[in-house]
Design a protein around this ligand. Structure first.
Ligand code: PLP
Length: 337
């Protein structure tokens, strides 16, 4: 099977498994796991933050970030298709009792002007606009990414208006690689950053939330109350360290393959739209006369997996376990359809 459903389906490589096998571990609830401490310090330093917190999922890191950047009855501003809104089971309300303001972004990207217009006046009957959360790359936006200038302009607005600024960077390394940016260009921009090791980077489990030491201390307690305190999870952290060291630069290969797949779909008469392919995500819309489920079933018959992604729309994502050979095979199938 050529599994293009998500970049989360990767299996650890032999070298990653070796790194996991050799990890030094301890009980991380007692703060005694050297591999987790190393990963947290490494990721924090990369992104110019004081501290990091290793969590089982990116949902948990986002939820912790929402909580430590707000108080009850505050409002968070994000794109209408943001992961924190559509894919975290309503956790912003459940975990932090926040209100949410949705913006109609350009493929998920917000502008400072849109955000400024969405800030509530300070009447006591209105939720207090307290946090801006951007997603880079943006999943539902087809892997779209922000320019550095745009991220900085939003940051200036947040400082001016006393709002915190969170980056849902589940796929931030895809954004950096696609824009030829170095990670240190993000230093000092955000209050908190969430990154995923289990997406394009190919680790089996794990995400980190990064930020100031006092916020991460609070985050550690929140992780516990959500049931995310882990014991000898250094085996997982070792996979994360390996991923950060070895699987970032190669993301450009995923991007190239995604482009090729996008180009193949663009030539098909039954395709009405392919979102611009900036990174590793391809989002395709089919014309009305080709039922989506039939199409996905046909792809599956040819050994290719994709996920439904809205009306007449499906998503494919390239990743560490997709080779050039598999890409060519997928393109051959697309040409035959
Ligand atoms: C995958 C993803 C997350 C985190 O998801 P988990 O499955 O909980 O790790 C967060 N934000 C975005 C944009 C994502 O794509």
């Amino acid at each position: 099977m050529i599994d293009l459903r998500s970049d989360t389906v990767t299996k650890p490589t032999p070298a990653m498994k070796q790194a996991m096998f050799e990890a030094e571990v301890g009980d991380d609830v007692f703060y005694e796991d050297p591999s987790i401490k190393e990963l947290e310090a490494k990721a924090a330093a990369m992104f110019g933050m004081e501290a990091g917190l290793f969590c089982p999922s990116g949902t948990m890191t986002n939820q912790i970030a929402l909580h430590i950047n707000t108080e009850t009855l505050d409002e968070v501003v994000c794109d209408r298709h943001a992961h924190i809104y559509e894919n975290e089971a309503g956790g912003y309300a459940f975990n932090s009792r926040l209100a949410i303001k949705l913006i109609n972004g350009d493929k998920g990207r917000l502008t400072p002007e849109q955000i400024e217009m969405s800030i509530n006046p300070t009447f006591d009957w209105m939720p207090r606009t307290r946090l801006v959360s951007i997603e880079n790359t943006h999943n539902k936006g087809g892997g779209s990414s922000y320019s550095l200038e745009n991220m900085k302009a939003i940051g200036r607005l947040c400082s001016d208006k006393g709002m915190n600024y969170h980056l849902d960077g589940a796929r931030i390394f895809n954004a950096l690689v696609a824009n030829n940016m170095k990670v240190n260009q993000l230093h000092g921009l955000f209050d908190t950053i969430s990154i995923c090791l289990s997406k394009g980077l190919g680790a089996p489990v794990g995400s980190l939330v990064l930020g100031p030491a006092d916020k991460m201390k609070k985050g550690r307690r929140l992780r516990k109350v959500m049931g995310g305190g882990m014991r000898q999870a250094g085996y997982l952290a070792a996979a994360g360290i390996y991923a950060l060291d070895h699987h970032v630069e190669r993301l450009q290969e995923d991007h190239k393959r995604a482009q090729q797949i996008g180009d193949a779909f663009r030539q098909k008469p039954f395709v009405t739209e392919v979102l611009p392919v900036e990174t590793n995500i391809v989002i395709v819309r089919l014309s009305e006369d080709y039922p989506l489920q039939d199409f996905l079933a046909r792809l599956k018959d040819h050994g290719i997996l994709a996920v439904p992604f809205g009306p007449q729309t499906f998503r494919m994502v390239t990743h560490l376990d997709i080779t050039d050979e598999m890409t060519n095979q997928a393109i051959d199938v697309i040409h035959q359809l």
